[in-house]
Design a protein around this ligand. Structure first.
Ligand SMILES: [Zn+2]
Length: 269
């Protein structure tokens, strides 16, 4: 599943290729993904200049004078930029063809992704999102204040997109391990000092992943595989019953909020 680093990498890859290009045609190759792809897009986006591209959480925001195209990659989505005469691939569901004869195509086999539009850039999906993990606002004071009186476990807390966006299951497991915090600990019982360690770790892991993704996307205009998903060495995730690299103990797996959690009982408390 594309996580925040893949979406950031996609945004960075798209910027030099489509920013300031003019849309020749917007084409819906099917009517709906997770939701309907707005019918008006071919009319609305024709002859529009791409002003800029941003990322918010796992949403790509492509800004035009008339409004913002909001794209989510869902479970299996990927975007590439190709020559507009290139044959369409199976699962290419939406595209923007540009006047320079290139096309940005959204491929999504499982169709949990989304293509939406907002005139003023706001959208109900974006309204309730928490802070961005790589921004300065995300620090120990933020998590400390936000977590007071919370009975919720720390893993669910950092995966809650109303608190902070983009901390997926792998990132949550790995950053709790590196910070030495048990995933079963209540968010409200964690000290500010430990939150300082945790926020730093989350930032570092996400940045490393963005960097790794960046190298696999160098060939962005021709890429037709999946962008660089989590390529870092994993300390605990997916390593049930294997030995902990730090202490030689056994990595455990438990279920929390219907998701697998991997951790080391001796290293994390
Ligand atoms: Zn250990």
């Amino acid at each position: 599943m594309p996580e925040l680093p893949e979406v950031e990498t996609t945004k960075n890859g798209l910027l030099p290729l489509i920013k300031h290009e003019i849309v020749h045609r917007a084409i819906r190759h099917r009517e709906n993904l997770r939701w309907e792809i707005p019918k008006h897009l071919p009319t609305t986006l024709a002859n529009q200049l791409v002003l800029d591209i941003h990322r918010r959480a796992k949403y790509l925001l492509i800004r035009f004078e008339v409004g913002t195209l909001i794209i989510h990659l869902g479970m299996s989505g990927s975007i590439k930029v190709v020559d507009s005469s290139a044959p369409l691939l199976k699962h290419d569901h939406f595209e923007l063809q540009f006047e320079n004869n290139t096309a940005m195509r959204l491929n999504d086999p499982r169709r949990f992704g989304a293509v939406l539009f907002s005139k003023d850039g706001s959208h109900k999906l974006l309204d309730s999102l928490g802070v961005e993990p790589l921004e300065a606002l995300f620090d120990e004071s933020y998590l400390y204040i936000k977590s007071r009186n919370k009975q919720q476990n720390i893993k669910a807390f950092i995966m809650d997109s109303k608190v902070v966006v983009g901390v997926g299951n792998i990132y949550a497991c790995e950053s709790l391990f590196t910070s030495g915090i048990s995933p079963e600990r209540k968010a409200g019982s964690i000290s500010k000092k430990r939150y300082a360690q945790l926020t730093q770790t989350i930032k570092t892991i996400l940045k490393q992943s963005i960097k790794a993704g960046g190298t696999t996307l160098q060939d962005f205009s021709q890429v037709d595989g999946q962008p660089g998903y989590f390529t870092q060495t994993l300390s605990v995730y997916g390593r049930e019953n294997k030995l902990c690299d730090a202490c030689g103990g056994i990595i455990a797996r438990i279920i929390q909020n219907q998701r697998s959690t991997f951790y080391c009982k001796s290293c994390q408390s």
